[in-house]
Write a protein that binds this ligand. Structure first.
Ligand code: NDP
Length: 396
């Protein structure tokens, strides 16, 4: 029996992980910790089915609701950031970090500090604190298994290969919901328009990040940290069909591509079963029915987030923490109708520019405290700067 913890169980990745677990033989898994935030009804329903040792909501104000929803189950529950940290620290064979945003950093790092095998969907933690997380992983003998489909594809393409034979990583990107919009019309894109992803069903935040390519920008930085490559070894290519999940180019000129239907249960299941491959309930590709696979270079005027990611990697230090935090504020502001779609990148860039003087952006991400301090500062600055971009509230 494998002991597993599911952090962010109520989200898009979390529920797909539970779908896979619920198909396994009875007794294959013991769930140690199950965590969510605001969706107490779903968290309680999952807890009743999975019978974890502890159920946690990150929202302290929702503890009573959770307690009430678990009445009669005999299950332990707790709430708040410290409870979340304790849940992540519980001994487990496998910990899924499917929390969205920088809130995933402390629980993920805590799991690594306890030597866990961390199945990592939460890319934001690697962007904010990659060197720190990778150091902790090496110190404790922990392990990170990528869950992001692109990084899972790269990880699978690298299996059995020597890292010094790796020449380049080619990250594929669908281009998101607005990929065919004229550049000038992008300024007026609404939340609903940005949410209409052509290929993937994902959480709200990552879907908007897909349309703006901030998601790909985070993934470029994530790839650098996970695979230890130089920034110039990472390429991004638009691939509309989302069939090739990413590619690895080797020094002998060969390219290994990972293909499959766009279904997150593949990378989640690969990480869950690793190092084995087990049957997964995902559709099989019918190559004969596929008319074509297309590839095109991304236009950086349309997707300024990609340029910003390169600048962040040049600075390194605490720039990743600032970038992610400013991006989260920009996304909040866009979701709230306070700034326009293209203003998100402008706000992030303005925040990085402001922080590049006298704010320690170049300092090493030596400790969690340094990272959290930069995260906080960037949020404050982005919030202040956003007033300069504010416009009449737009329709959702
Ligand atoms: P969702 O928004 O669907 O789910 C997020 C999860 O995190 C929920 O369980 C939510 O709880 C919980 N949560 C929200 N805020 C907090 C907080 N402050 N503290 C603790 N928990 C919190 O996100 P996704 O599943 O889409 O994404 C999760 C992560 O996986 C992200 O980092 C994303 O980039 C990454 N990812 C997602 C993919 C996808 O297909 N969705 C693909 C690849 C990567 P509740 O719902 O109860 O409020």
């Amino acid at each position: 029996m494998r002991r597993i913890s599911l952090l962010g169980a109520t989200g898009s990745v979390g529920t797909q992980a539970i779908d896979l677990i619920s198909r396994a033989e009875a007794g294959a898994y013991q769930v140690v910790a199950l965590t969510g935030a605001r969706n107490i009804a779903l968290l309680a329903e999952q807890a009743r089915a999975l019978r974890p040792e502890i159920v946690v909501t990150s929202e302290p104000g929702l503890l009573e609701d959770l307690r009430e929803a678990l009445t009669g189950t005999g299950l332990d529950c707790a709430a708040g950031p410290e409870a979340l940290r304790e849940a992540a620290a519980r001994p487990a064979d496998w910990v899924l970090n499917a929390i969205v945003g920088a809130a995933g950093l402390v629980p993920g790092l805590t799991a690594l500090e306890n030597g866990a095998t961390l199945a990592l969907a939460n890319k934001e933690s690697l962007v904010a604190a990659g060197p720190l997380m990778m150091r902790r992983m090496r110190e404790t003998g922990g392990r990170i298994l990528p869950v992001d489909s692109e990084h899972s594809a790269i990880f699978q393409a690298l299996a059995g290969e020597k890292l010094d034979a790796l020449d380049r990583i080619i990250l594929t990107a669908s281009g998101g919901a607005l990929r065919d919009w004229p550049l000038d019309k992008l300024e007026t894109a609404t939340v609903a328009e940005a949410l209409a992803h052509p290929n993937w069903a994902m959480g709200q935040r990552i879907t908007i990040d897909s349309a703006s390519m901030f998601n790909k920008a985070l993934e470029v930085i994530e790839a650098r940290e996970l695979f230890g490559v130089r920034p110039d070894q990472i390429e991004v290519i638009i691939h509309r069909e989302s069939i090739v999940h990413s590619m690895v180019g080797f020094t002998d000129g060969a390219i290994m591509a990972h293909l499959g239907c766009p279904d997150m249960r593949h990378p989640i299941g690969y990480a869950l079963n690793w190092p084995q491959r087990e049957p997964l309930p995902v559709a099989r590709l019918d190559l004969a029915k596929m008319a074509k696979l297309s590839f095109e270079a991304p236009d950086e005027a349309r997707f300024p987030a990609l340029r910003l990611a390169r600048e962040v990697m040049e600075v390194r230090g605490l720039a990743g923490a600032a970038f992610n935090a400013a991006k989260e504020i920009a996304l909040d502001q866009f979701l709230a109708g306070q700034i326009g779609f293209m203003d998100m990148a402008r706000l992030v860039e303005a925040t990085l520019d402001l922080l590049s003087t006298d704010s320690g952006l170049h300092n090493d991400a030596g400790s969690l405290e340094d990272v959290l301090a930069m995260d906080h500062l960037a949020r404050v600055r982005a919030d202040e700067l956003s007033a300069g971009f504010a416009r009449a509230p737009r329709q959702a």
